[in-house]
Design a protein around this ligand. Structure first.
Ligand SMILES: Nc1ncnc2[nH]cnc12
Ligand SMILES: [Zn+2]
Length: 345
């Protein structure tokens, strides 16, 4: 298993059907009807069709212990997938609007991250995402609500329904987050066009783009992403399930992104809904011929340099990539040699 950094996973999207049932029983709640729909193999109509199911299933998450257990299940599964560092998205508004105190969400997940450090030697952090469909005022209120827990947070992100909610709407929220020293990422170019990616970069100061598939429609943007080495966190199983790429993984734009020299890496998005975790995604990409086995080291190295880890920790994980390559007879990615050789990340 290549050591990797998971940079695009929504913790709510790791809520598997069996945990939904367990939490419903624990909290004396009915099992949401949507739990039975998760096993589907046919694609969703679109992003919104999926989001409706995703939000409805969250009804069972009530207590700090629930959030701990959700995080712990995910992190154990991620450790088995080779994930050495996880920057996890959480949607606080989807819980506070159901009456769950924000500290229970953040403290429950943070305790799971602390346990994973002890049990699996994994590092990680939380990125709070604003639900763009609730608009900028609600996002600002959500930011103010989490800031008393600033020490638990790595950064901010932007997710939920994309089209109709362009990044520019959230300028003030991102400015405020930046003033607090929070790192900035944003979903863009998943369903929205390249203009959404430009806005995320130019107006929000996004340091990474989540998805970014539609950036490929704009040659200037591709050149800009390449020159600035702006990472794209790509989620191929999600794209097939949500019809944001073609139905066949063999045609997934990841191959073009890598050919274009973009810093793209593979992630899982909402693995409980889209048929697998990051190891499953990588296996499926190789089976489809979208990437060659030789490119797996490149993807692993890209994920690590795209993380918000300090340089020393990145170097330590890149050394693990090199060790894995040497142990398995795979090529050591050029990025690893250049970075470790130069002593900087
Ligand atoms: N793929 C996705 N796009 C936007 N928001 C999301 N929230 C959870 N998964 C998402
Ligand atoms: Zn996502």
């Amino acid at each position: 298993m290549w050591p990797t950094a998971e940079l695009h996973v929504h913790i709510e999207g790791t809520l598997e059907a069996d945990l939904i049932e367990e939490l419903a029983a624990r909290n004396g709640l009915p099992v949401p009807e949507g739990a039975a729909l998760m096993a589907r193999t046919e694609p969703y109509r679109d992003l919104q069709d999926f989001l409706d199911l995703y939000y409805a299933n969250l009804a069972v998450l009530r207590t700090r212990a629930d959030f701990h257990d959700l995080g712990a299940r995910y992190l154990a599964r991620a450790a088995a997938a080779g994930v050495r560092h996880a920057e996890i998205f959480v949607d606080p508004q989807s819980h506070t609007e159901r009456g769950v105190p924000v500290e229970d969400v953040l403290l429950g997940l943070s305790s799971a991250l602390a346990d994973a450090r002890a049990e699996h030697g994994m590092s990680g952090g939380l990125i709070v995402c604003f639900l763009r469909h609730l608009g900028p005022d609600a996002a600002m209120a959500a930011l103010e609500e989490v800031l008393p827990h600033r020490e638990l947070l790595l950064g901010v992100g932007l997710d939920s329904s994309e089209v109709g909610y362009p990044p520019a709407l959230f300028r003030d929220v991102y400015e405020r987050a930046a003033a607090e020293g929070l790192r900035r990422v944003a979903h863009a170019g998943e369903e929205g066009g390249p203009d959404y990616v430009w806005e995320a970069l130019d107006i929000l100061g996004a340091e990474r783009i989540d998805h970014g598939n539609r950036a490929l429609e704009d040659v200037e943007l591709v050149a800009h992403l390449r020159e600035t080495r702006t990472p794209l966190t790509v989620c191929p199983l999600s794209n097939v399930a949500l019809r944001t790429s073609g139905p066949d993984l063999a045609d997934h734009p990841l191959a073009v992104m890598l050919d274009e020299g973009l810093v793209a890496s593979v992630h899982s998005d909402d693995p409980a809904y889209f048929g697998g975790y990051v190891d499953d995604a990588v296996t499926a990409l190789v089976a489809a011929g979208t990437v060659t086995p030789d490119q797996l080291g490149v993807l692993a190295a890209n994920s690590i340099v795209s993380s918000f880890l300090p340089d020393g920790a990145k170097a330590a994980l890149l050394a693990e990539v090199r060790a894995h390559a040497e142990a398995t007879g795979a090529a050591v990615p050029a990025l690893v040699t250049e970075t470790l050789g130069a002593g900087t990340v």
